[in-house]
Design a protein around this ligand. Structure first.
Ligand code: SF4
Length: 342
């Protein structure tokens, strides 16, 4: 819409060049319902009564006048329902389309679903939250908040799988002084010798001189610090990476095997995340960490297995997040009572 409106505006300016009372150009850096309506009105005011207008432009203006104000109003409404998600179900706008393990058609079909998060203690459900997120990473903060509301304090330690091991989550757990037995993405693979040998040129295998702050690439060349890059995650968390650049990659015999770029290799190092990963490594490999990792498998996973397979709860019967929360709360209570009575 921005582009089409800017195109028609440029054309209107060229047609009405030299006229005295040409309106101010619209600011189309961001658009909304009011701006689109104002721009369409102004374009009609400038081009509407002119003779000899290009036929294509006239048709374009006609289309824009008829559809854009209506469409943008609809898009704004849909974006408000989406609330940052990529999709929502028309029959339950709180539900998001997700890829589920249950895939009878075997075609990866997306289904309207909720992401259920639970915390367990010896297979009793002690906390649960319902999320619209398709992945687990961004559910931790909300889940911890709910824990603090229920118990009046944050837990002392937390065990979770690699789906939760992000810089944002590690930082949150540090701030709350929670000991994090949380794996990061490649934790399991890094314990495998074959995997470690498979990528000899990976950035984490390159020697770092911490005193002088530079890396030495596999060919023995210096990779110098060239600056920082910051980016924000979807939740607004700011991540900073340091960039180090190699020299003369074009004439290097390892070029192609070492990296695929046409230019000199640049590696990105997230210092904070690397520190957090090292800390996670230490904790997860400690005696306590090994016990907690084993416990996670028989503590939380069987709860889902029991509810879904033994008691055949595979679909929510209600719609809307609030009702789904109540429904899952009843399921959780029933699970705990059954467990207590067993
Ligand atoms: S390709 Fe570049 S970064 Fe890789 S080993 Fe050769 S010089 Fe070093």
């Amino acid at each position: 819409m921005e582009k089409q409106l800017a195109d028609i505006w440029a054309y209107a300016q060229s047609v009405a060049a030299g006229e005295d009372n040409l309106p101010e150009p619209p600011d189309l850096t961001t658009i909304n319902k009011e701006k689109v309506q104002d721009t369409v009105d102004t374009l009609n005011q400038v081009l509407g009564k002119k003779e000899g207008i290009d036929k294509k432009m006239k048709a374009k203006l006609g289309y824009v006048t008829k559809h854009y104000p209506v469409n943008i109003a609809r898009y704004e409404q849909q974006e408000a329902i989406l609330g940052g998600r990529n999709s929502y179900s028309k029959t339950d706008p709180d539900a998001t389309f997700m890829k589920l393990k249950e895939d009878h058609m075997r075609n990866g079909q997306l289904k309207a679903a909720y992401n259920v998060q639970i915390s367990t203690s010896n297979q009793f459900i002690v906390n649960y939250t319902i999320h619209p997120n398709t992945t687990d990473t961004n559910t931790l903060a909300g889940h911890l908040e709910q824990h603090e509301r229920s118990f009046g304090a944050a837990p002392k330690s937390l065990t979770a799988d690699a789906g939760y091991g992000s810089e944002e989550n590690y930082t949150l757990l540090e701030e709350k002084k929670i000991t994090a037995f949380v794996k990061y993405g490649l934790f399991d693979k890094r314990q495998n010798q074959a995997f470690n040998k498979k990528y000899p040129f990976a950035a984490d295998k390159i020697y770092y001189n911490s005193e002088r702050d530079y890396y030495i690439c596999p060919m023995g060349q210096k990779m110098s610090y060239i600056g920082n890059r910051t980016r924000k995650t979807t939740t607004g968390f700011e991540q900073t990476v340091r960039l180090y650049k190699a020299q003369n990659c074009q004439s290097c015999p390892l070029n192609g095997a070492c990296h695929k770029s046409q230019n000199d290799r640049i590696i990105q190092v997230n210092v904070n995340l690397e520190r957090q990963k090292q800390q996670a490594d230490q904790l997860l490999k400690s005696e306590e960490g090994v016990i907690k990792r084993k416990k996670r498998c028989w503590d939380v996973e069987p709860v889902f297995g029991n509810i879904k397979n033994n008691h055949n709860f595979r679909r929510f019967m209600l719609r809307g997040k609030q009702k789904v929360e109540i429904e899952w709360g009843l399921v959780a209570m029933a699970h705990n009572i059954r467990k207590r009575a067993a």
